[in-house]
Structures are given as C-alpha cells and as structure tokens.
Design a protein around this ligand. Structure first.
Ligand code: ATP
Length: 312
C-alpha cells in the first residue's frame, strides 16, 4: 500500500546507562521530501538514524516505516529503507559489481532481478565505468557513490544518509550533493550533517538537534524568517546612557557603537536619527542587520534560543 507519510517516529529515545543520547524525538518524513537532520558533533544524529533504520533498539518510542511498525515487523519495515551509515559499509577487497551483487542479495532482491538492479543502481550513481574496479582502489568520492548505490539497490522509497560528504574534497562534495539531489527525485531522503550550508544546499525541511533534543523543526524558509533584525548605530558624541522607547535591548559595543534589538514590527531608525540631530550625538552610521542562518544555528545549538525552541 502507498503511504504519504513514509517515516513516523514518536518519542524516540536512547539512553546509554545514565546518559541520554536521544531524548523523545518526533520526526515525520513525507513522500517527496528531503529532510535534513542538522546538529553539532555528538548531538544524536547517528543514534537517531540507527534507530530509524532498525540498527539500534530504542530505549523508548516508536518508528513506523511506510505504515509498518519497525519493532513489530522489522523485516517488512526495513524493506522500504536504504541506509548509508557514517562509515560506508563497502568492502575494499571486492569489485563494485561483486559488492553490489552482495548488497542486492542482502536486501532480498530476487536472483533473476539482480543484474537489472545492479545496472540501474550503477547508472544512477555514475558507477557503470568502474564496475570491475576494486573498491579499495577507488577515490573516496567514488567509494561514497558505491555506498549510495547499495542504499538504493532494492529501490526503497526512503534513503537515510548519515553525513554523506564527510571526508570528501570540495569537488567530491559538490558531486555527491548533486547526486543526492538527483536520487531525491525517486526517493524521499533523510540526510544528516553538522554543516548548515550542506543542509541549505540539499534539503527542503530541517530538524535541528542539540544534545539529543529537537530544537527546531521547520522549513528552511521558516528558519530564515526567524532571522531577528537588529540595528547597528555609531555616534561620534554618544550620550552617557542611550535609551529608546519601544526597543527590547541596547548593547553598548564601545567607542559610541551600539547594537539595538527590537520587535520586528518596530523599526527604531527614524527615532534614532531624530534624537541624534536633536541632541547633537553626531550620527556616523546606522544600519539594519539580520542574523545569518549560521548565527541562528549557532544560537540554537548553544542553548540561547528559547523563543525559537517554542516554534519547534
Ligand atoms: N555506544 C555508545 N555508548 C555510549 N555513548 C554513546 C554511544 N554511541 C553514542 N553515544 C553518545 O551519544 C551521544 C550522541 O552521539 P551520536 O553519535 O548519535 O551523535 P552525532 O550527532 O551523530 O555526532 P557525530 O557527528 O559526532 O557522529 C554522544 O554524546 C555520544 O557520545
């Protein structure tokens, strides 16, 4: 049966002794989506992915894949998933064909369908020319392509990719990202990364995790719209205390420079100009600045952003 929701995890939790690696994560992947799992090292991304793919038993919570409960029917549920772990499970002593044949068998592809499955996966991942090469002799970028090919060999509706560009050079990174974007036309994707530009380049929606918890779960456009404006102003003869009604915070940066935060509905620039002229503060510079997505990510994952957390 075709389901629109391909993955639904509720209250997913994993403890290691007294330490909580993942705490009560809810996650939904719909058909056609590329969901990014973003977080700093140790945030719990790999642990979450291992639980979603049935490679690690959760301490609590449930996972449904394509409508099938992973705990009740692991084999049935896993049929809908292809997984590329952080360490690609490729065997350096095998050729690309040998390894992909082995992966097809593991994924239960019938013997009579294997040649066609290999052909398709190799073509999709740009591996046809290296079919007979030993994996150990391929570049890291090509080894990663082999990792992607094994994840799609059984044509699963979902592929789950754990930090797929780590350790690659900038050209290989671009190639793998573009390959993922192509694969996403046929598969829904969950992709983890600790690099925001990676998620921005590839994903439609992002789930930011920090210390095992979700701190943001929205579209990237929404993340950008959370960019709170602030104002930078500099006076040559600054007042002893700068006060301005209607703003939420004024931070003195020294040498007559200030950073002013206000509610997005109130723009304090006109009032600042008027006061500066009236009081002879000598306005040198005044500009509006929005926080970059990078700054928002850093503030979310360093625990300052209770307001944004509410949106999660
Ligand atoms: N087998 C384990 N035993 C004990 N603690 C573990 C184990 N595996 C992971 N952890 C801990 O769980 C937390 C989450 O780890 P996880 O590997 O999921 O993070 P991550 O976001 O994938 O980070 P990275 O990008 O560094 O892999 C970390 O604090 C880690 O030390």
């Amino acid at each position: 049966m075709e389901h629109d929701i391909l993955i639904e995890a509720r209250g997913l939790t994993r403890r290691y002794g007294p330490n909580v690696a993942v705490e009560s994560i809810d996650l939904t992947l719909r058909r056609g989506e590329i969901l990014g799992l973003l977080g700093p090292n140790g945030a719990g991304k790999s642990t979450t992915m291992k639980m979603l793919t049935g490679n690690l038993a959760p301490t609590g919570g449930t996972v449904k894949i394509n409508g099938i409960d992973l705990a009740a029917d692991p084999k049935g549920a896993k049929r809908s998933i292809g997984y590329l772990p952080e360490q690609p499970p490729v065997h350096p002593e095998l050729t690309v064909d040998e390894y992909l044949g082995f992966a097809a068998a593991l994924h239960g592809v019938a013997k009579k369908d294997r040649a066609a499955a290999l052909q398709r996966a190799k073509q999709a991942c740009g591996l046809t020319e290296v079919s007979r090469r030993l994996i150990g002799n391929l570049s890291k970028g090509y080894q990663q392509r082999v990792g992607l090919a094994q994840a799609i060999i059984h044509r699963p509706p979902v592929i789950i990719l754990d930090e797929p560009t780590v350790g690659l050079d900038p050209i290989q990174i671009r190639e793998i990202r573009s390959l993922i974007a192509t694969l996403a036309k046929e598969h829904s994707v969950i992709l983890s990364s600790h690099i925001l530009p990676e998620i921005q380049a590839v994903c439609s929606r992002v789930l930011i995790v920090n210390r095992g918890r979700v701190v943001f779960h929205e579209s990237l456009a929404k993340l950008a719209s959370e960019a709170i404006p602030s104002y930078y102003v500099q006076f040559s003869r600054p007042p002893e205390h700068l006060e301005l009604p209607g703003v939420s915070a004024i931070s003195a940066l020294g040498e007559g420079r200030y950073r002013i935060e206000s509610d997005p509905s109130f723009d304090p620039r006109e009032a600042l100009v008027e006061r500066s002229v009236a009081n002879g503060w000598g306005l040198l510079e005044l500009r509006r600045q929005t926080r970059s997505l990078e700054e928002i990510f850093v503030s979310l994952t360093s625990g300052e952003a209770n307001e944004l957390r509410k949106a999660a």
